[in-house]
Design a binder for this molecule. Structure first.
Ligand SMILES: Nc1nc2c(ncn2[C@@H]2O[C@H](COP(=O)(O)OP(=O)(O)O)[C@@H](O)[C@H]2O)c(=O)[nH]1
Ligand SMILES: [Mg+2]
Ligand SMILES: [Zn+2]
Length: 313
């Protein structure tokens, strides 16, 4: 029998880049540029981008007509609301071993609420996160004091914190060790030094750094995509600057679980279903009043709760 109609070959691959309509997939046959065939949706996830960087997929290789035909189950992902008023979500990356959240205290100033929202998402989707205080060479005077306060707050909450200066090299080796043999998402506002870090880790990579105007993307919500770079051992995912971080799919009553320092106190609240907003005998509010839990963290908690109310239907 002639095998002209034999089953098409299918190979597994790793999505390393996406534009929303085209995907670059690393496979044993090299990197293939693919389209999506059919309606690929993972159960229970509604997002503007069905296939994301970090996805493991099945591909039918066919030159310029190569196609992604299946998404393999994800171990985790990082997701945010696509835009402020949208109910749709945008997945930043999938199957990641760790997120590095780069924050800077000035030039630009990373808002505490942004930090807390990102951390909540990582807790909710079980992505280990390390906080990086970027541009450490600029921490003089009041900013040094602020950095120490920041380290106290987030260190007490249970997070690892590394100071990084791509200018002096401080922290670079520590981060390099963290990246080894892992897929690491590098996240943070625009201008905090994400791309500079990635090119410091591997100077042979062709990374765009500096200010890239994203103004022409305003109003759209599917135009910001991550890119995965292979490094000597492992992968780094560089993300476009994230301005806001709208949370999705997190119920108000479970929110406090994703603030580790509050979660530890919740069993001491008088009511088992305490929301830590108005109830008498609330151990969390008591700790906030005593300065044991940082006011800024509690404030983020309240703001996220409030927002959650607005979006819950
Ligand atoms: N002083 C200082 N400037 C940095 C550092 N890292 C990056 N920058 C500068 O900050 C700007 C934004 O960096 P970039 O890597 O493009 O930020 P991204 O938007 O997060 O990718 C550039 O002008 C970099 O030269 C650092 O560690 N120290
Ligand atoms: Mg960048
Ligand atoms: Zn309480």
């Amino acid at each position: 029998m002639i095998e002209s109609n034999s089953a098409v070959e299918r190979i597994e691959g790793l999505v390393i880049n996406s534009t929303g309509s085209w995907y670059e997939v690393a496979t044993e046959h090299g990197t293939l540029t693919c389209r999506i065939r059919g309606r690929l949706r993972l159960k229970g996830i509604r997002s503007t981008n069905p296939v994301v960087v970090g996805d493991r997929v099945m591909v039918e290789p066919d030159g310029d007509s190569s196609a992604i035909v299946e998404i393999l189950p994800r171990s985790n992902y990082v997701i945010r609301r696509a835009s402020n008023l949208s109910k749709e979500s945008h997945i930043i990356a999938a199957n990641i071993d760790r997120a590095l959240l780069i924050v800077t205290l000035h030039s630009p100033t990373t808002a505490r609420e942004f930090v807390d929202r990102f951390l909540v998402t990582c807790e909710a989707y079980r992505v280990p996160v390390t906080i990086v205080i970027g541009k450490a060479d600029m921490l003089v005077g009041e900013y040094e004091a602020e950095a120490e306060e920041f380290e106290a707050i987030y260190g007490d909450a249970g997070y690892d914190i590394i100071r990084l200066s791509s200018t002096t090299g401080e922290g670079v080796e520590e981060i390099r060790a963290l990246l080894r043999d892992k897929k690491t998402l590098v996240a943070g506002n625009s201008g905090v030094g994400k791309s500079t870090l990635v090119s410091n880790i591997d100077p042979t990579l062709d990374i765009r750094t500096g200010e890239i105007s994203e103004s022409h993307h305003k109003g759209k919500h599917t135009t910001t995509f991550s890119t995965m770079y292979p490094i000597e051992r492992g992968y780094i995912i560089d993300t476009p600057g994230i301005k806001g971080f709208g949370l999705i799919d997190i119920e108000g009553r479970e929110l406090c679980r994703y603030f580790p320092e509050m979660m530890r106190l919740a069993p001491d609240c008088r009511f088992y279903n305490c929301t830590h907003t108005h109830e008498p005998g609330c151990a969390v509010r008591e700790a906030v009043e005593e300065g044991i839990v940082a006011w800024s963290r509690y404030e983020s908690y309240l703001k996220i709760l409030d927002e959650d109310d607005k979006y819950r239907k």
